[in-house]
Ligand binder design. Structure first.
Ligand code: 13P
Ligand code: SF4
Length: 328
């Protein structure tokens, strides 16, 4: 191989030069080989692209992934999800190497709660306990009494006496839903997920009228006008469980479209319709831009080079682990 070809290959392997013509399936054997050689485990959220879900050792919702990360004996955790999820895995496994295929895979909801502003907000409510949704940064977790996910939020809130004043952050939609479910009046931080905010109620009602036999099932990060139409509201794992158990054969699913990959596998005979979004995109369904930053190529490169690695400063990790451990 001449010098130029070698330099190109080197750059391309490092992910700097994209002359790769391979498709997702070409990476499967390489990823499996590296995973075995390095004693790595691949954890993937239901919102990841299909090929990543298929190659993962474990696919789950935020709670299941945090639980899995807390008990793995692998040396390397490759977290196919977004930054706050990989950060949580690192906090729970300070001595392990935690990799995220694309370090820029953030979260609009986590970003909607900057630590300095939240600190000032918290200071205005000194007699309140703080419950934070796991979709937030480690800094926000250090200001929390307990963390929750969409699977266990009702249980976590109900673990406080009914008259205990609570701040819930960062998701106002989930917070509003929880206030109604638990009969509380929690103070809500004004944050939201851009994916769940994008559902169109007009289009949803029109699809629902076209399919009167379909049940609408929705993730609680969706706004209240969407949730009002739903027969079932739950986390991604909850939506899967409901679709399996329900006698209905048709569902309109209001959450990130990646869930449909697992749902089709779990309820093969049932008809699944992704809830429509305001703006038409190519699939007219809802995909999380951040979740989709991870690709099979980036997964392969990150396993090969053991980069990008998630680092959390020791003291920050120690403080953030307390409300996470409390939840687990
Ligand atoms: P769950 O995995 O808890 O359903 O949350 C969905 C989500 O938006 C993750 O970012
Ligand atoms: Fe964040 Fe929403 Fe994407 Fe989940 S779906 S990672 S909450 S932006």
């Amino acid at each position: 191989m001449d010098t130029l070809a070698k330099a190109k290959e080197n750059l391309e392997n490092k992910g700097f030069l994209d002359i790769d013509t391979r498709n997702s399936t070409d990476y499967v054997s390489e990823i499996n080989r590296l995973k075995k050689e390095k004693n790595a485990v691949i954890l993937a959220h239901y919102y990841q692209e299909e090929a990543i879900q298929d190659i993962a050792d474990f696919v789950g919702d935020s709670l299941q992934l945090a639980q899995e990360a807390s008990k793995t004996d692998a040396d390397i955790i490759v977290f196919c999800g977004v930054h706050f999820m990989a950060e949580t895995a690192k906090i729970l496994n300070p001595t392990k190497k935690v990799l995220l295929p694309d370090l820029k895979a953030g979260c609009s909801l986590a970003d909607s709660c900057p630590p300095a502003e939240f600190k000032a907000f918290k200071a205005k409510h000194p007699d309140h306990k703080v419950v934070t949704y796991i979709n937030c940064s480690a800094e926000i977790k250090t200001m929390s009494d307990i963390v929750c996910t969409s699977s266990n939020a009702v249980k976590v809130i109900n673990s406080f006496p009914q008259d205990q004043k609570i701040i819930f952050a960062p998701d106002k939609n989930l917070g509003d839903y929880l206030n109604k479910e638990t009969g509380r009046n929690m103070v809500l931080w004004d944050g939201a997920c851009m994916v769940h905010e994008a559902f169109s109620i007009e289009k949803l009602l029109s699809i629902s009228a076209e399919h009167p036999d379909a049940e609408i099932i929705a993730h609680p990060e969706s706004p209240s006008h969407i949730l009002k139409t739903a027969s079932y509201i739950g986390s991604t794992a909850g939506l899967l469980k409901y679709a399996r158990a329900s006698k209905k054969n048709k569902f309109i699913v209001a959450t990130e479209a990646g869930i449909l990959h697992e749902m089709i596998k779990q309820v093969p005979g049932k008809h699944l319709i992704p809830a429509p979004v305001e703006e038409d995109n190519t699939c007219a369904c809802s995909e999380c831009f951040y979740m989709r930053m991870n690709t099979m190529k980036k997964l392969f490169l990150c396993l090969e080079h053991e980069l990008p690695e998630i680092e959390v400063e020791k003291e920050l990790a120690k403080a953030a682990s307390i409300p996470i451990e409390k939840m687990l």
